[in-house]
Structure formats: C-alpha cells, structure tokens
Ligand binder design. Structure first.
Ligand SMILES: CC(C)(COP(=O)(O)OP(=O)(O)OC[C@H]1O[C@@H](n2cnc3c(N)ncnc32)[C@H](O)[C@@H]1OP(=O)(O)O)[C@@H](O)C(=O)NCCC(=O)NCCS
Length: 218
C-alpha cells in the first residue's frame, strides 16, 4: 500500500511547513479563515463569521480528514509560513484513483493576505513531491476554471501541460461549466531528466524536476 497514515507527517519547503492539522491548530485555523481582506476574486474565500469556528467543528473536520487519508482518497494539508508560524492556507491531493490509473487532482487555496509571494507555487511543488514520491502516483491533474487567470498563470509557470477542456465538468449555481485540464506525469519527469543530461534546460519540465528534487533549506 502506498498511502501514508502517519498523522505527524511534515514536509518542509524553503518558506513553508506542510502538514496535517492537529487539534492544537484551532486558533491558527480560526484566524486564517476569519482574518483576511475582502474577496479578491470569485474563487477567493468569503469572509466568515467567527461564531462558526468552534473547537467541536474543528475536531470533526480533523476526524473526517483522518478517515479520508486512511481510505487513500483525499489528503488535506495545512500550510504554515515558517517565519511567522501563521497558517496561510490549505492544499489538497484529492480524488485518488488507484488500480491502472494511479492518478489524482491537486488544489491549493491561500488566505488572500498571502497571495503574490509565490506561496501557491511553492505549495504545489510540495504536493508534486508528495504525490509522486510518497504516494507513488503516476499522473497529477489540476482542473481549473477557464476564467481563473491567477491559477492558470501559476500552473503554466510550473510547466504543467494544458491537455484540453473538460466540457460541463462542474456545477456552478444552476449551470454546468467547463474546466481546463492541466497535467504532469512520471514520464514528464523522466523526459526532464533526459533533457537535462543532454544539456537542454529550457524545457519547463526540467525546471520543475529540479525544483521537486531540491531539498528544502531550513
Ligand atoms: C491561485 C493562488 C493559489 C495563487 O497563489 P499565489 O501564491 O499568489 O501564486 P504564485 O505562487 O503563482 O505567486 C504569484 C506571484 O508572486 C510572485 N512572487 C513574489 N515573491 C515571490 C517569491 N519569493 N518566490 C516566488 N514567487 C514570488 C510570483 O512571481 C508570482 O508573480 P507573477 O504572477 O507576476 O509571475 C491564490 O490566488 C488563491 O488562493 N486563489 C484562490 C483559490 C484558487 O483559485 N485556487 C486555485 C484552484 S486550482
């Protein structure tokens, strides 16, 4: 089995710690989800009433996440900024399909006070590392709304391949809408290694491979 059940799993990147929530994170969780600027776009979190953030709700959430990990279906991560210790957002490896597929989707969402500092990119790179190396997945997809320009820019900068449009993939209100599929597979990593050996560094995947494999500085 390739799933990981260690509740204390932790990944360190240059500026972030990526790990599962612990009960002691309650105050950070409440702060992250209630102290932000007004929504900057449609995909941003909406401001929530502090009263909705109870210890019992947080505990329930953690139990759900643990069950999802144990079923090897969804891995939900909390993202902490190293320098401040603040919880700055969440990321997710979800909809894992094993068998002959070995595939999953990625997602990331940051408190908007932390946008524009490259943390989205840094957390996606960490997810790639976890997905390919720890979970031994073969294909990673990112499904993005065609109007979500910030997200599109982030995955294209990372060298993910645009594979096409998945028609009427998601229900938004009463309407079904399209999603763009971006992907990256183990073969892309292998190609990157070959290209790197041949001295061809301009393939974006090669850059991604290097970033995935570069150990984080403490
Ligand atoms: C999409 C989202 C995660 C992007 O987060 P982000 O951290 O702002 O995105 P990036 O990592 O791409 O960084 C953005 C900018 O910061 C810049 N940046 C600033 N300091 C940086 C640093 N030290 N290192 C790297 N980049 C840095 C980057 O160059 C980039 O600028 P550019 O867009 O002009 O190239 C965020 O906007 C969000 O949470 N949106 C709402 C939810 C959402 O849409 N999620 C995606 C669904 S898949």
């Amino acid at each position: 089995m390739t799933k990981f059940v260690d509740d204390n799993f932790k990944k360190s990147t240059k500026r972030l710690i990526i790990r599962f929530y612990q009960e002691s994170d309650f105050d950070s969780w409440k702060k992250c989800f209630t102290e932000m600027s007004p929504p900057k776009n449609y995909w941003d979190w909406k401001l929530s009433d502090k009263k909705l953030f109870s210890k019992s709700r947080f505990k329930q959430k953690l139990e759900i996440h643990k069950k999802e990990r144990e079923s090897d279906y969804i891995y939900y991560f909390a993202l902490f900024e190293k320098k401040s210790g603040n919880l700055i957002g969440v990321s997710i490896i979800m909809d894992i399909i094993r068998g002959n597929f070995q595939t999953a989707s990625l997602g990331v969402q940051l408190n908007n006070n932390f946008w524009g500092r490259g943390y989205g990119r840094e957390s996606i790179l960490a997810l790639f590392n976890i997905a390919f190396k720890t979970l031994k997945l073969h294909r990673i997809e990112s499904l993005i709304n065609p109007e979500n320009t910030l997200s599109i820019k982030m995955v294209e900068n990372l060298g993910m391949r645009k594979e096409g449009i998945s028609k009427n993939r998601i229900k938004r209100g009463n309407k079904w809408g399209d999603m763009i599929i971006y992907a990256y597979t183990v073969e892309d990593l292998a190609d990157s290694v070959k290209l790197k050996k041949n001295g061809e560094h301009n393939f974006s995947g090669a850059k991604l491979f290097e970033l995935i494999n570069t150990p984080a500085k403490k």
